[in-house]
Design a protein around this ligand. Sequence first.
Ligand SMILES: NC(=O)c1ccc[n+]([C@@H]2O[C@H](COP(=O)([O-])OP(=O)(O)OC[C@H]3O[C@@H](n4cnc5c(N)ncnc54)[C@H](OP(=O)(O)O)[C@@H]3O)[C@@H](O)[C@H]2O)c1
Length: 208
Amino acid sequence: MKIASIGSGHMGAALGKRWAALGHDVMFGSRDPHSERIKLLLEETGSNAQAGTISEAASFGEVILLAVLPDAVEQVLAEAGDLDGKILINCTNRYDGRSADEEVRRLAQNARVVRAFHTLPWEVLANPQYEQGTATAFLSGDDPAAAAVVARLITEIGLDPVDVGGPDRMAKVETAIGTLWGVLAPRFGREYSLSVLRRQEPEADAIR
Ligand SMILES: NC(=O)c1ccc[n+]([C@@H]2O[C@H](COP(=O)([O-])OP(=O)(O)OC[C@H]3O[C@@H](n4cnc5c(N)ncnc54)[C@H](OP(=O)(O)O)[C@@H]3O)[C@@H](O)[C@H]2O)c1
């Protein structure tokens, strides 16, 4: 699958490397695709990766990961332009009381937005293995087919996707995870994870 990452920092690099290693074609979209930093990232990522401008990455990807700092979201989505039904994974977080989910769904032009990977630190995405079980990656979005594609990309990197349904439910999950982070990260560090153990999967129409 052709996957673009707009943003080549901690999140974009961690996920881009994993997907490239699995055989996906990855393009990092950067403000400066010829920089020394990007050259090094391409060397580390291997032959399935290339770099381009933000608009080149937006047209390359069937799936596009949005992995920039919140203050850059508006500008890069304007530069990305019409996303024409492509799947846009929003892993951005805001810490100013505004909703990063609402913002991206409002600004992304014609994208099928799926919220995912935002509940996990980049260190876990780079190395999701735990002896005790499989870490959960929560996702949400209005488009079930797009969510299913992202769930597959989550599974491929060794995480357990739990689709919570629409944005309202994800907002509750984010609040809960933020509260737990405040209690657990000081004890266990950034790389602890949560796992939703379950005896049954919800019916598809019970999610949304
Ligand atoms: N770090 C985590 O563990 C973590 C976990 C969950 C969610 N998140 C969220 O994921 C997003 C990315 O986080 P990150 O840690 O990957 O950030 P980061 O390491 O600072 O990387 C952000 C990237 O955004 C790109 N960018 C594009 N336009 C920009 C602009 N106008 N100003 C600044 N940067 C610009 C930069 O790439 P170029 O220089 O190549 O353009 C930069 O590499 C954030 O919204 C964050 O809240 C992070």
